[in-house]
Design a protein around this ligand. Structure first.
Ligand code: C2E
Ligand code: CA
Ligand code: CA
Ligand code: CA
Length: 280
């Protein structure tokens, strides 16, 4: 208990207590969220920088809780992992994505390019992950070739051999692999060296700082060049302004994603705003 050393530490322990309480609350609600049907998906388009045409989209998990309101995946996914819920939740995301694909197809709407799913290292390393994925797609008759799996480096480097084997199996089935949040974490370059990926997503922090900081600008340009040299497709994340888009175009970055083009949209809005145009 830290109440003897002045107001600062009292405040500090109070905010820690608040954080613990919040975490407990989120855990309690999260345990029932799947059964309560409180999750849904958002879709954020990616575009070719050259003509701003739709090139694919990222699928993002959303949770709207009756008591807590909207909770960000950045907050609840680490908790879901700790609670051991992520495997089930990951299967739900894939099933729900397939359900949307089939629903759209039944109305003649096809998603050009691929749908990118976020896969945490914990999911990827879980026993029989590849089998579960195959089985889930099989149930819906969806093709691995429709998907990109976005993987962050955190955790995966702990077991390079097992991770590598799983990624190779997935690629053999037709999935494409993307390295997410490139440039953050501790092992970005060794990750690129060890895991053959098809796509590299430049973390939005570099894109954000690119126009105000020459070093970030140069890092983005060098990353685009490296990625191309290694035969990967480059996606710039978090593009919010025309200036950023123009700078990325000048670096020959092929694909972009961010609020400048579109926020993540609910299924219906995504359908009306992007799919209908792309299928007409
Ligand atoms: P991420 O994979 O890096 O996803 C991109 C995040 O950037 C999303 O946040 C997206 O809404 C946000 N974003 C997109 N464009 C812009 C922009 O122009 N500016 C800014 N500032 N942000 C932008 P979101 O949806 O809150 O997701 C946060 C993280 O949660 C994701 O980061 C991902 O790591 C994780 N996540 C989301 N859905 C899933 C999922 O289904 N499974 C797993 N394992 N993780 C997920
Ligand atoms: Ca992602
Ligand atoms: Ca990212
Ligand atoms: Ca991220």
């Amino acid at each position: 208990q830290a109440k003897t050393t002045g107001a600062g530490s009292v405040l500090y322990s109070q905010s820690m207590a608040d954080a613990l309480l919040r975490r407990q609350l989120v855990s309690d609600r999260l345990k029932h969220a799947l059964d309560a049907g409180a999750f849904y998906l958002a879709f954020q388009p990616q575009v070719h920088l050259a003509d701003e045409k739709f090139s694919g989209c990222e699928v993002l998990l959303r949770w709207r809780d009756d008591e807590l309101g909207n909770v960000s995946p950045a907050e609840f996914i680490p908790i879901a992992e700790e609670l051991g819920l992520m495997d089930r939740l990951g299967v739900w995301v894939i099933s729900e994505t397939c359900r949307h694909i089939i629903d759209w197809a039944s109305r003649g709407l096809f998603v050009p390019g691929r749908l990118a799913l976020n896969i945490s290292a914990q999911e990827l390393m879980s026993p029989n992950y590849v089998g579960t994925l195959q089985e889930t797609l099989g149930k819906f008759g969806c093709d691995p070739g429709s998907f990109e799996l976005e993987i962050t480096e955190h955790g995966l480097m702990r077991d390079i051999i097992a991770g590598k084997e799983t990624l190779i199996n997935l690629e053999e089935l037709g999935f494409r692999i993307a390295i997410d949040d490139f440039g953050t974490g501790y092992s970005s370059l060794s990750y690129v060296k060890h895991f053959a990926a098809n796509q590299l997503k430049i973390d939005l922090s570099f894109v954000r700082d690119m126009m105000i900081d020459q070093v970030s600008h140069d890092i983005v340009a060098a990353t685009v060049a490296m990625s191309e040299k290694l035969g990967m497709e480059t996606v710039a994340e978090g593009v919010e302004t025309k200036e950023q888009a123009d700078a990325l175009k000048a670096m020959n970055c092929p694909i972009a994603q961010g609020y400048y083009y579109s926020r993540p949209l609910g299924a219906q809005e995504f359908e009306e705003t992007w799919l209908m145009g792309a299928n007409s």
